[in-house]
Design a protein around this ligand. Structure first.
Ligand SMILES: [Zn+2]
Length: 193
């Protein structure tokens, strides 16, 4: 086997910007191109029922492996895999950064989708760090739920549910991360109710 060179693409943006659709689109293209692909997501993310599939808000799906953290992900990556895709990377926390580094050293093409910011506009570890060391960043915007402009933020619009530290995500809260709790907002509308 010839030596491969690692490559990292990060697909980042707020909720409802189509990150998972873009990840699935690229994975499906790779599969058509006869590439060997493995797709992972975190056990925290059970929003849409079935655990072994990626589900986008738009209802597009793709089979995935469910892992409890970055160390387990690293163990499950097969030597003959060419592309490692990771959805909702924010649930993995900072341990994902060195694991992605190891995958890149081994020559894998790594595709990571995740939230770059929390609902209170703070950097959401580890996505910003992964963006910094990536070869390519695809930054997507959503559509503002108030005015229809491009939205780079998502805002929590209900006081219901636990006041969660987004860096220590609570599974009960993650399961409620949908349009009844969060809305996409542009810069101008972020402060509106
Ligand atoms: Zn707006």
């Amino acid at each position: 086997m010839t030596k491969r060179t690692g490559y990292l693409e990060v697909i980042a943006g707020p909720m409802f910007c189509g990150k998972t659709e873009e990840l699935i689109r690229q994975v499906k293209r790779a599969v058509i191109g006869k590439k060997r692909v493995q797709v992972f997501k975190h056990t925290l993310d059970k929003r849409y029922g079935s655990e072994r599939k990626l589900y986008s808000h738009a209802g597009i799906t793709f089979d995935s492996d469910l892992v409890s953290g970055a160390a387990e992900l690293l163990k499950l990556v097969r030597p003959d895999t060419e592309i490692v895709a990771i959805d909702e990377a924010q649930w993995f926390g900072e341990t994902l950064v060195p694991v992605v580094g190891k995958l890149l050293e081994k020559g894998y093409h790594v595709l990571v989708a995740g939230l770059a910011m929390t609902f209170d506009r703070q950097p959401f570890t580890p996505v910003p760090a992964l963006m910094a060391l990536s070869d390519r960043v695809t930054k997507l915007s959503a559509v503002c739920s108030i005015c229809g402009a491009d939205a780079v933020y998502h805002k929590r619009v209900t006081a219901k549910g636990p006041k969660v530290d987004p860096l220590k995500a609570d599974p009960g809260f993650v399961s409620k991360m949908d349009a009844s709790v969060f809305q996409a907002r542009c810069r101008d509308c972020y402060r509106k109710k």
